[in-house]
Design a protein around this ligand. Sequence first.
Ligand code: SF4
Length: 1024
Amino acid sequence: MARDNETKAMPEKTKFWMTVDQAENPAQPIPGEFELSGSPIREGYEKEGLDRRDFMKVMGASAMMASLAGCTKQPVQKIVPYVTNPEEIIPGQPNFYASADPISGYGLILKTREGRPIKVDGNVDHPLNRGGLSARGQAMIHDLYDPDRLRAPKSGGSDATWEQVDAEVMKALDASKGSAWLLTGSVMSPTLKRVVSEMGLRHVMVDACPMDDVLEGQQQSYGTRVFPRYRFDKADYVLSLGADFLGTWGSTVEYTQAFAEKRRLEGNKATMNKLVVFEPVMTITGQGSDRRFSVHPADMLTVGLSIAAEVAKLVGRSSDELSGFSAAASSQQTGIAPEIVVEVARDLVKHRGRGLVVAKDRGDRGIALQNVANFLNSLLDNEGETVDGTSSSSMQFQGSHQELEKLMNAIRTGGVKTLIVSGLNPAYLFADSMKVKEALQAVPNLVYFGSYQDETAALAKIVLAESHPFETWGDVSPQRDVYSIQQPTIRPLWQTRSLLECLAHWSSGKKDSKASEEAYGEVMKTAREWHGRAGGGKGFQDWWDDLLMGGVVSSGSRDGKASARSFHGEILRTAASAARSVNKGGEAEFTLVLTTSVALGDGSQANNALLQELPDPVSKNTWGNYLGVGPATAKKMGWNDGDYVKVESSASQVELPVYRQPGLRENVVSGHLGYGRKFNGRVGNDVGVSFANFTGNSTMGTRPSHVITGLRISKTGKSERLPASQTHHTLEGRDIIFDTTLEEYRENPKSGIVSHFKEGQGPASIWSGFKYEGYKWGMAIDLSSCTGCSACIVACSVENNVPSVGKAQVQKNREMQWLRIDRYYSGETSDPETTLQPMLCQHCENAPCETVCPVVATVHSDEGLNQMIYNRCVGTKYCSNNCPYKVRRFNWFNNNGDMNGPLEHPIPLSKNPEVTLRSRGVMEKCTFCVQRIEAGKSQAKSQGRRVNDDDIRTACQDACASDAIVFGDLNNPESRVAKLVQSPRGFASLEELNARPRITYLTKVRNRAPEKSTAGGHGGGEHH
Ligand code: SF4
């Protein structure tokens, strides 16, 4: 088609690859859709082993009750209208409530329908997350409706009433004056803290994912134990020494927002921030960097010190403490070329006061590396500018493993009579060798607050069923000057309470009072204090009403400059001496780096099928953890993807499959924490393996070291196909994405894009075209902004009732997610660059799917939407076969149905009633959230106007913290999307097919010198 128009000499284009096999042998085809998806016609649930029990296991709260489904024959059920309609509820109309997440500290907006929350998004007015939310935050709604949650308190292993356990706990507390302790994660609620202190409980906070290296480092460097507010919004140059700040380190959504803002090339802007990353394992931040360098975990501190020495030299500071460290001196040990270290040092100096250094060493030298980062920030005048440790430092991470150690010692010496544990699962999180479990068992009165009968609950005398944050009152102050209210949007589904409710009730001493009312009263007390500070002259009631509506207040100007603290220089000597003893293990030994995944984090949401099935943004693996191994190591050892290996340390051993992860050093392997749970969760029990016991060889007391040396790894002989989605729905090696560098972009904003046609020309077409007179919906996706955080995938699944299908089905390419993030590598397998592409239905104007449907089940709307008529679809799959983007999903089973009967309460409550439920044999795909489009149009029409940008936001767009996705009306020249599609960076994927997709991608721009792209694997200009 239109070959005559093809440009004769194509510019060079980066050669992308998706898998290690493809990189090593580009001619080798990736297993295709027909090869792997099997023949569904004869597959029954039983034959597949997908009986009702398994169905519950894999679906969890992502499944739905058949009685809600539109396409399955249902029994007749009578419905009864409200007798007295609550004033605020209009049937069919959603209500929105502002709230806050006590775990992350972010502001939330909860969408409720007829009294039940069905969707959660970030609050745009909240200064931290400004509308964005992580994948785990998006999935919280399904935690609420998880039928496996504890439904009532237990005492001595038997169900009990609250009156019973109240009496038992109050008696225990009375008898434990001075020896009653509380162990929690970081508490950001000022009310809860006040009540705890009024009760005289000794409070220990520990973060499940330890961040106290930052706090200790701040203490040693500046004398203040704070978690600073890192100002990515002010940083033009960011150096990350192992800190995955876009994925799993710190306040990720806040950082992503600010980082993406500084990077956006919109309008005439031709500047962007620069991110350089040195890290031992591939992370989201490494993937999104402009330059990434793979470092052995034992060398992270040395790399930091050599950069510090070069910076000190450049700014003329004497650096006695750093003697022995320099770019040249460290190069042999670290394998990092001296000129790279010098270049980074020069760039840091060039961006003095506008740069930022963040760090994370997961091993024993975490605090030392923090001190090096603090030194660099102080030396470069970033302290007080991009690092705020004085005016609005963070409360999101306050944990202290030293305090935990004190608690453990107090238990061992009989000083703890009653211990209440909440928001933390220590029996799962900490290694057996740390003897935490043993200590917990020795507490006379162990009271555990949790949502599941889990590892710690199994040890507790009294187990208190915890309410979900959407069910109770509370408050959250994630930074010193920010205060938000957590307001309930549904009555507790079961006999549950929050920790605040219990403490308020116990401390009131009133047996007859209602715990929820006591808690509300305590929150109001704190709110009155905040009214005094941030009331702005309003009366309390007006201020309170505004607070409930807006969800958040701030007590000061957040853009003001913080004070620069002075750095205690002598601490550098300690850091330098820590770096002088490096242990990389013997030649036959491996070093394991343990991290948390974006999907599962610390494992507390392991019973959430949406998260278990969320492809890891780096490996694309689902349903369990794996051992990441560099391609060179895998080749040397004869391991392939899916081969099971036994990993042994002196403390523990596990067996799990191998995944060849590009960008890992030789003999360095990686694993995710948060898996291998043992609890009553039918979705998450026994998924993957737990690495907790590998942390037992820490030399840091209870603070787990997540770098473990001296491992032996051997093949077990077992192998399986990994449930990894990267090679599913492949595009047959077609050129689908383009990238460039900032320099090239400045010279030619269209750089990187390889067109098949001459300027101003397009493909010839047999279609006459259609004139869109009214609305013309379209989307723009900026590949430079997307970090791969995958919040959009979860948001889309929640909004559109997209089911999870379980590991066995994912292994057969049958995942149902309407949106996927394709990950492409370029360059060498040892040191690749990554480009990500969110891929969803392109709503092509000349849609290839529409022309092949024999029953006209997929058609085009006059606003340009490619629509599915579900009850017309007969499941031939012709449309999917003909879709060049492979975005259509087929219901091989009755994923949205009942299998063998209605699903149990309260799963159906989680569903969005605005979206049809699909049954077996039906094709589905992204609709551009047509229900939101119709709602937006209706609202605009009622006001006698056309829709504007604020009226309609798709679920993926709402979730995206980096604002990579923009949706709107292409017929409105003032809309943001209409402007973005005109961007010189804009391109249509596979334009040569003339499908005319309605999604315009904007090229990925890297802020680095152009040469690296040649070294990184430029092709020879060949194009097809
Ligand atoms: S497009 Fe999706 S994956 Fe990319 S940054 Fe936005 S939410 Fe995250």
